[in-house]
Design a protein around this ligand. Structure first.
Ligand SMILES: C[S@@+](CC[C@H](N)C(=O)[O-])C[C@H]1O[C@@H](n2cnc3c(N)ncnc32)[C@H](O)[C@@H]1O
Length: 280
């Protein structure tokens, strides 16, 4: 078979498995099997494929057919301006989470020397992007999952900032740390019922990274209560929320001595990130 025929074969399998991005995915997977770039593949479509590479491609197609996310198959995901290693022990970073980084950058400058805490760091994408952009600052990243902490640490090493970020494997409930200038977080916020309804591609991701209890607010509550003690006065708490959680989160923040600076919408105009200041 040549590359074009192989792509057609892969397309038909992924299309019949209802994978919307079947065409692009096939090209990426065939390029991976052949160890070439996608561009190189597309200008050599008549090239014959040897049996070993074809078998490799078939195995990749089988994984994708079962809805395994492309990011896990490639073990990497781009977030903000950087690449991060990911596997099924961490959430795949989402583009809407970049709003947190964007807002932190607006509130600081290149020379700012701040102490950041990232609660539920996962791959480390938020804190590591911030520290890359604000090299005079330092960070602490915590996660209840030891495997996530290991991935985040290797991402820090990959970006040569492992000495600027401390990693702690702990439940946020038990964490007693310094006073921080900024707390950032993308907590699990999907409620139990919604979680059960979610598609198979999300089910590849760790349950602990997604589900936030019966109402989806249990980790958000913990985050706000903890931040009240862990933030310096006038420190900022910037975090992501789920669909329809804005009012609850704002009420909780106000009850706990926070001023609401701003709520940012995501690309679908859904309120997604709250920026608040500890005023008491
Ligand atoms: C939605 S994921 C976010 C990961 C990453 N920050 C991102 O935005 O891609 C939430 C993370 O919080 C962690 N987590 C959940 N409950 C926690 C808790 N009680 N204490 C500390 N970390 C927790 C999970 O292990 C997971 O890595």
């Amino acid at each position: 078979m040549n590359c074009l025929e192989t792509l057609r074969y892969g397309n038909s399998i992924l299309k019949s498995s209802n994978i919307e991005s079947y065409k692009l995915d096939c090209e990426l997977l065939l390029a991976k099997a052949m160890k070439v770039s996608r561009e190189e593949l597309l200008v050599n479509l008549q090239k014959k494929i040897d049996k070993i590479k074809l078998n490799k491609f078939k195995k990749l197609i089988e994984r994708r057919k079962k809805k395994e996310p492309i990011a896990y198959i490639f073990k990497k995901k781009e977030f903000w301006k950087f690449n991060f290693v990911v596997d099924n022990n961490v959430l795949i970073p989402r583009p809407e989470t970049e709003i947190i980084v964007e807002e932190v950058l607006k509130l600081t400058n290149f020379r700012s020397s701040k102490h950041f805490l990232d609660i539920g760091t996962g791959s480390g994408c938020i804190i590591l992007s911030i520290i890359k952009e604000r090299p005079y600052s330092i960070g602490t990243a915590l996660d209840i999952s030891k495997k996530a902490i290991n991935i985040a640490f290797s991402n820090a090493k990959m970006h040569h900032i492992q000495n600027k970020v401390k990693f702690v494997n702990i439940n946020v409930d038990k964490y007693l740390g310094n006073k921080y200038d900024f707390i950032v977080s993308n907590p699990p916020y999907i409620n139990s019922i919604e979680y059960k309804r979610l598609g198979k591609n999300v089910r590849f991701e760790p349950h602990v990274a997604l589900e936030g209890g019966v109402d989806g607010l249990s980790e958000i509550k913990k985050l706000i209560l903890k931040s009240k003690n862990l933030l310096k006065k006038n420190g900022k708490l910037i975090f992501e929320i789920g669909n329809k959680q804005m009012i609850h989160a704002i009420n909780l923040l106000k009850k706990n001595g926070f001023y609401i600076n701003k709520v940012c919408n995501d690309f679908q105009s859904i309120p997604r990130v709250i920026i608040s200041t500890k005023i008491i």
